[in-house]
Write a protein that binds this ligand. Sequence first.
Ligand SMILES: [Zn+2]
Length: 278
Amino acid sequence: MPEAPELQAHAERLDAELAGAVLAGFRPLTFTALKTYAPDPASLVGQALRSVGRRGKYLLLDLGEATFVVHLMQGGRLKPDEKQSAKPRGGIARWTFDDGRALLLTEPGTERKAGVWVVAGDLEAQEPIAGLGPEAAELDEAALGTLLAAHPMRLHGFLRDQRILAGIGRRLANEICHRAKLSPFAGTAKLDPAQVARLSAAIRACIDESLAAERSRSEMVKSAEREGAVHHRVGEPCPVCGDAIRSVEYRAYTVAYCPTCQTGGRVLADNTTSRFLK
Ligand SMILES: [Zn+2]
């Protein structure tokens, strides 16, 4: 799933391309694409797209009177739609503009989880943005320390929980734990001040570096194609110490880490029910 840096860079590309375009229509292409009943998207026809932005893992198309909030889920894409075919492959929803251009939301496969919300008024007070934690990149060390203490859990899960802090997914969680030299399974409430400081710096550095890399691209790519020290590098040497990157495999994802850098040399049991993961 794309994370804050990919989505931020993508929002900036869409903003540069489409800001100012006047909405001519919005059409859901599946029954589940539009997640809200009101306001009616048709009421926004004639409004100019003020900006394309991002909050957490959501893209925000600001039409002034209301905002289209778009979630791409795992493999969804929101792209300029050159063909504008009647039945686009994987099509979820289409926006058309009065200069003839269009924007298409697609999602591969049959899961159909990507979706669009139309929200008027305070975005932060309404679904799906309500309930998101603060932006991970904007948290200072003190605020991070407060959140860690308030949510006793394993660090990797903490970093990925959008209700606690927004924008970090599986790849960044792996990279941040490695950068901070902390076990992905460290208890959040047990981190000492020096560890919290390292974590805070690692969150910022990993997001900043990823954002710089994404801004140099012309399109969103898969997470396997992004640079990283541990993510998608299991079995390869750690770029810091040379130890082999190890993993703990879950059904839906992989926690990747360096034993020497992160767990005092301990290789964690590759078993999700192990009591020894710490
Ligand atoms: Zn290492």
